[in-house]
Design a protein around this ligand. Structure first.
Ligand code: LLP
Length: 449
């Protein structure tokens, strides 16, 4: 086995992930195939818990399930002592189906449905992160109806611009999320919460953006949040038990990305937070973080089969693979960049720049400029760093069945999600009665001549 950075290659020249031969995985499960390295995910969870735990007295690390959630992944997170963020009835259902401890679940969302309120209260989720005054009234109403109390955090919009793709910025002033510090909405929410019998205000939350490759935005968020907490203590007697700083740590998609390590993030956040709290004479609330991408992103790869290789003379070579924007919409949505390797000849050095495209009926570019070895039809192409927001955002566009998801550890592989079948695609389709009737009428008319 040889190792070159992230790339592990066995004697057969095949890419290896978590001790599993990528070529054998492709033969066993078919392609496209999502593959996760279980050890990597567990390691990241432990790193977060240890690095923050070592620098701050009370910490909860809650995995943001939106990055990738299946019942198996929820189990894994529970085993690692993680909390879990869910942002929909579906994510909450998945967590509950996996017996994830409800008191470690946090429900998010800028628009929570009645079903979501009911499910959260029935299950007894640990925290509901309230995103608007309307929601606060609704949740209070539901809690009182249930004779229960919802423990809430108020999502605050600190007004911070981040250096990330505009579609994944969330902390800036002009955002649909949270209650603004400026303009006094967040203050009103805190005032209102104390009057709601069905609610118990536990703290505040913010999330400033995703795929952040620097720590400065977190530092600015800390200062603003601590000032806000202190002002609210002074003005309203607010006691903040939980301070949730959201997720956002970026990952390495290509060799140009150099994200901070978890330890560096902890070093940027914890001492600064402690100092800011001291400066305002506040005791230390529990610190909550909600990483998604940085837990699972680099733990995942997608394996495709190369179908067509088309060379446009003097222009470029297109390498078509058997998936595309249905299994990874990120390049189309965010101009996301990826790197790939020919998995069945992973020891071969890259010799060409090609455009990797999917098989959907549009440009469907997966990698604009991929530096890979000579690729032929039938080769397998592995794309790195697809563990976050790929399977989670997959669709059935062009009626593609969604790929299987496999979890690998120490050379053993097991399914997390079965591949969808063609039959699955029509399982929920119905032919409206009048269309069927029209055909019957037509037949009758024809028969009557
Ligand atoms: N907490 C909240 C409230 C969030 O909205 C998010 C992500 C996270 C935590 C986790 O952030 P992370 O650690 O994964 O950056 N689909 C986009 C990413 C959208 C992120 C939305 N919120 C993408 O593929 O890049």
């Amino acid at each position: 086995m040889s190792e070159n950075g992230m790339l592990k290659v066995n004697e057969a020249g095949h890419l290896v992930i978590a001790g599993c031969d990528a070529v054998l995985l492709a033969h066993k499960y078919g392609t496209p195939l999502y593959v996760y390295d279980e050890g990597f995910i567990r390691e990241r969870c432990r790193e977060y818990i240890a690095e923050f735990g070592r620098r701050y007295p009370s910490v909860e690390i809650a995995y943001a399930g939106k990055a990738a959630l299946t019942t198996g992944l929820a189990r894994l997170m529970a085993q690692e002592g993680m909390g879990l963020d869910v942002a929909s009835a579906g994510e909450l259902y998945t967590a509950l189906q996996a017996d994830f401890p409800p008191d470690r679940i946090k429900l998010h969302g800028n628009y929570k449905s009645n079903l979501e309120y009911r499910m959260a209260l029935e299950a007894g989720v640990g925290r509901v992160v309230v995103d608007s005054l309307i929601e606060m009234r609704q949740l209070d109403g539901w809690a009182r109806k249930f004779g229960s109390v919802a423990h809430i955090l108020i999502r605050v919009r600190p007004g911070i611009d981040t250096h990330t793709h505009e579609l994944i910025q969330t902390g800036q002033v002009d955002s649909k999320f949270g209650l603004g510090i400026y303009g006094g909405e967040a203050r009103r929410a805190i005032e209102m919460a104390t009057d709601c019998e069905g609610l118990r205000l536990r703290g505040v939350h913010c999330h400033i953006g995703s795929q952040l490759l620097e720590t400065d935005a977190f530092e600015r968020a800390i200062d603003q949040m601590v000032d806000f907490i202190a002002d609210m203590r002074d003005e309203l007697g607010f006691e903040c038990e939980d301070l949730d700083l959201g997720g956002g740590l970026g990952i390495r998609y290509t060799e140009r990305d150099a994200p901070p390590t978890v330890a560096e993030l902890a070093e940027a956040i914890c001492p600064r937070l402690t100092r800011a709290l001291q400066r305002r004479g506040l005791s230390q609330p529990r610190l909550i973080l909600e990483p998604g991408r940085s837990i699972v992103g680099e733990a995942g790869i997608t394996i495709y089969t190369v179908g067509v290789v088309k060379e446009i003379p003097d222009l470029r070579t297109y390498v078509s693979v058997d998936g595309g924007m249905s299994d990874n919409p990120r390049p189309a949505l965010y101009d996301a960049e990826y790197e790939a390797v020919v998995a069945n000849r992973a020891e071969e050095p890259p010799t060409q720049w090609v455009r990797v495209v999917g098989k959907h009926c549009e440009a469907d570019t997966l990698i604009e400029e991929a530096h890979i070895a000579q690729a032929e039809p039938g080769d397998l192409l592995a794309v790195f760093g697809t563990g976050a927001y790929n399977q989670a955002m997959a669709s059935n566009y062009n009626r593609f069945p969604r790929p299987a998801v496999v979890l690998c550890r120490d050379g053993r592989d097991e399914l997390l999600v079965e591949r969808e079948s063609l039959a699955d695609l029509t399982a929920h389709d119905r032919i409206p009665q009048h269309l069927a009737m029209a055909e019957a009428d037509e037949r009758t008319r024809a028969a009557q001549g």
